[in-house]
Ligand binder design. Structure first.
Ligand SMILES: *Cc1c(COP(=O)(O)O)cnc(C)c1O
Length: 381
């Protein structure tokens, strides 16, 4: 059984995006002998709503050797799906049960002294050496060791007998905002921090800093690895532009379940917020806020029906939305594209986000669990 509203996930597009990003990274000249930076494929939050198991395996097939997720539970899910590549956990581990790190052979981020002690204790108990990525807070003031205090906070961590520093990273607060000076400030602080870490005797294999926006913006922050999320899914972080040839991976498709005529002066849906000003034909589409569609789409968004734009009118309901299809000759059963292409037109995630004052990341992450993901290309093993 499949509901009329489905998300189509184009795994070939995903694999192509991965390869195009890798190519883009290899175009920039590097110091002699230095390898091109390589992506860490970010598949947190159910791979941005696309389905973590399928996406991770497709990326692994496309050559990804390092994936990143938000927490130990996500990492365990990736292992259960058969992912063999290294998996980095971004999140703080201070209040988590850590056994899953060992069961899933996951690579932790250590971002606080408390987490450092907890992981050391757990590693000693499991009689294992744990390779970790050290996170430095260069100004975002979220997770990470403060950049200006490393000589005091790091020696204990670096001396932990069961922990081995594999990589050092930071995260930008404003990579998508060309007007903010924080990007440059964080960049220089990170370089200073790297020198201090080296002076403390540590020799990490990798340094990384760039999310999608930073990749597009400044090759000086590519270092050894980069961390694209949104770009992998074929979406360019607004307001930036990209020369990488990317293809959107997810589309959200439904079908008209009913068509009805309204007389002038009649209203539709909760709150009677839409009034027909002329003889109007509306189509009922079985997808609503329980499927992740934002209430603010009402009166602001559009869907594609019969190759044309049909504005969303009235209130978005839990399980339905309403589109004005006057003059489109729509019938029950017609395909409705909520995100994606139909005919010559396309509604992309960036457009939907800007129509409702949201961001593309939120739009894709919110596509509901009720919506079945249909994968267009089988993963080749
Ligand atoms: C989510 C995340 C990314 C990816 O961000 P995009 O903007 O989607 O590319 C990179 N690094 C960290 C630490 C993240 O949490």
């Amino acid at each position: 059984m499949t509901r009329p509203t489905v998300a189509r996930v184009d795994l070939r597009a995903l694999q192509s995006n991965y390869r195009r990003i890798a190519e883009f990274l290899s175009r920039e000249p590097r110091a002699a002998g230095a390898p091109a930076p390589r992506p860490i494929a970010v598949v947190k939050a159910n791979a941005y709503g696309h389905g973590a198991s399928q996406v991770a395996r497709a990326l692994e097939d496309a050559g990804a050797d390092l994936l990143a997720c938000a927490d130990i539970e996500e990492g365990a899910q990736l292992r259960a799906a058969g992912v063999r590549a290294e998996i980095l956990v971004f999140g703080a581990l201070s209040v988590s049960s850590l056994d899953g790190l060992f069961d899933g052979r996951l690579t932790p981020t250590i971002s606080t002294p408390g987490a450092a002690r907890a992981v050391q204790t757990a590693a000693a108990k499991h009689r294992q050496q744990v390779a970790y990525h050290l996170k430095i807070d260069t100004g975002m003031n979220r997770l990470g060791f403060r950049f200006d205090n490393l000589r005091r906070t790091l020696p204990e961590l670096l001396a932990s007998p069961n922990l081995r520093l594999d990589a050092v990273y930071t995260h930008f607060a404003t990579a998508d905002d060309p007007a903010s000076e924080w990007f440059e400030r964080q960049r220089t602080r990170f370089i200073t921090a790297l020198a201090e870490i080296e002076a403390l005797g540590a020799t990490p294999r990798y340094r990384h800093a760039a999310n999608s926006a930073a990749i597009l913006r400044d090759s000086r922050v590519w270092f050894d690895r980069v961390r694209p999320g949104l770009l992998l899914y074929g979406i360019v972080p607004p307001p930036l532009a990209s020369t990488i040839e990317l293809t959107p991976v997810i589309s959200l498709i439904s079908r008209v379940v009913a068509v009805k005529g309204m007389r002038p002066g009649e209203v539709s849906s909760y709150g009677a917020r839409f009034t027909a000003e002329r003889p109007t034909t509306i189509a009922i589409v079985p997808a609503g806020y329980a499927d992740g569609l934002d209430l603010r789409l009402a009166g602001r968004g559009a869907v594609l029906i019969r190759g044309r734009r049909a504005p969303t009118v009235g209130s978005v309901c839990m399980d339905m939305l309403i589109a004005d299809v006057t003059g489109l000759d729509a019938s029950p059963g017609d395909e409705v594209v909520i995100i994606g292409a139909q005919g010559e037109d396309r509604i992309d995630v960036r457009e939907m986000a800007s129509a409702i004052g949201s961001i593309p990341w939120e739009i894709v992450c919110r596509i509901g669990s009720r919506i079945e993901r249909l994968y267009d290309a089988p993963v080749t093993q």
